[in-house]
Design a protein around this ligand. Structure first.
Ligand code: NAD
Length: 402
């Protein structure tokens, strides 16, 4: 007999309390969300049952186009409430119009629930077509600050009253800015920088990783990007002095056993380093915009832009989501690769402590790709591969679990 009623996941004093039959939220998402999210849920259900003999009770949360059609709002209050109550959510992609219309729902949710860590593990899956000679050397986990920087949403169009007002303030302080400039504000705070870097070092320690690299553009933006690095160093010196060693203080001496090396990199150089010496990097902590670019670039190195997983994590709420968009031209065609939501689901299972199910998904997806039974995006890059639909790829992963 299956369990039909779920129990809500709880969060107390920094600890997650996960029942045997948790109720977990899901947001189908727009565009290809209707293809990839149900396929991922099927895979997750099978893995959870096979590895733990358990069931997740899924509870749909309406957000995006479906919410607008059914409830008249892209992010209805009842959905916000449901996310707060359920705490853990699996999410498909959501459409954002560029340059007009509503603000990104993804960004809105990150700020509304204070999901300050965007966590993107980037690792090579054997068999995935990659542009690199040795993609297997890439194995990084990027912690991107998720709530501030130029994503703060504080911006005004060129020639608007607010932009002119700001320009006048700047002029009074001796700065000359062209009159027809749009204005955006880049706040970077000590508290948000420190909590993000704390999450990254805690992850590195818990998972026996070798290094933590702080990536920033502090040579140009001293009081935002530069301060991010400085506050990170302050935190590590104050609270983790016995657990870390700073690369610049090593002076050729090898790393003491059990210590994590802290590295300091300017963002542009980091893009080169990740291409040329990927094995020297492990956990990375960076500001919002750098992290956005860096995580997609890293995912591209392993050929995994369509299958890269991600999570947005705060205090007591975590949303695991596809990192690609809603790819409207493929919507409803059962064609898209569900790998990103599937692996985000594996991250979610690992997060709630159901590691066996997470491992089963990863192993089985790797086998499916190695067997060259893949969706169109991989099939066109592989020789001798068999083209599968989105739902067929999910079914094949489930078959390969046995
Ligand atoms: P996109 O990722 O949706 O699509 C770009 C191209 O990548 C597609 O045309 C398709 O060829 C390919 N692609 C993407 N996902 C794929 C998959 N799972 N399988 C196979 N191929 C895939 O990026 P875009 O076109 O720039 O954005 C479309 C919409 O998605 C926009 O409204 C954007 O704002 C939104 N978006 C949402 C998220 C999110 O919800 N996290 C992330 C990025 C973009």
């Amino acid at each position: 007999m299956g369990i039909s009623k779920g129990v809500k996941i709880d969060y107390k004093n920094g600890n997650w309390i996960v029942p045997e039959n948790p109720e977990i939220g899901f947001i189908t998402g727009d565009g290809i969300g209707t293809d990839v999210t149900p396929a991922a849920i099927k895979v997750i259900n099978s893995a959870v049952w096979k590895a733990h003999g358990r069931k997740i009770i899924w509870n749909e949360i309406l957000v995006g186009e479906k919410a607008e059609t059914e409830k008249g709002s892209l992010l209805p209050d009842e959905s916000v409430q449901k996310i707060k109550e359920l705490r853990i959510v699996l999410k498909g992609p959501l459409t954002t119009p560029v340059g007009e219309g509503h603000r990104s729902l993804n960004v809105t949710m990150r700020q509304l629930f204070d999901l300050y860590q965007c966590v993107r593990p980037v690792k090579y899956f054997d068999g995935v077509p990659s542009p690199m000679k040795e993609p297997q050397l890439v194995d990084v986990v990027i912690f991107r600050e998720n709530t501030e920087d130029v994503y703060s949403g504080i911006e005004w169009p060129a020639l608007s009253d607010n932009a002119i007002e700001i320009l006048n303030i700047l002029k009074s302080k001796g700065f000359t800015v062209r009159e027809d400039s749009g204005i955006g504000i880049k706040p970077v705070s000590k508290s948000a920088s420190k909590r993000l870097i704390k999450a990254a070092i805690e992850y590195a320690l818990k998972n026996n990783r070798k290094s933590l690299t702080i990536v920033h553009k502090g040579n140009i933006m001293k009081f935002t990007e530069g301060a991010f690095q400085q506050w990170g160093y302050d935190l590590l010196r104050e609270k983790y002095a016995d657990k870390v060693v700073f690369e610049e203080e090593l002076a050729g001496v090898s790393v003491p056993a059990g210590k994590i090396v802290v590295k300091n990199r300017i963002a542009d150089s980091m893009f080169q380093q990740l291409l040329l010496r990927p094995d020297e990097y492990d956990v990375i902590a960076t500001t919002n915009l750098n992290g956005d670019y860096l995580s997609d670039a890293a995912a591209a190195q392993v050929g995994g832009i369509g299958i890269a997983p991600g999570a947005n994590i705060g205090e007591g709420i975590a949303i695991f989501e596809a990192t690609h968009g809603s790819a409207p031209k493929h919507a409803g065609t059962d064609k898209a690769n569900p790998g990103s939501v599937i692996l985000s689901g594996a991250m979610m299972l690992e997060f709630i402590g159901w590691t066996k199910a997470a491992e089963l998904i990863i192993k089985s997806m790797e086998k499916t790709i190695q067997n060259k039974t893949v969706t169109y995006d991989f099939e066109r890059l592989m020789t001798g591969a068999k083209l599968l639909k989105c739902s067929e790829f999910a079914d094949e992963i489930i078959r390969n679990m046995d």
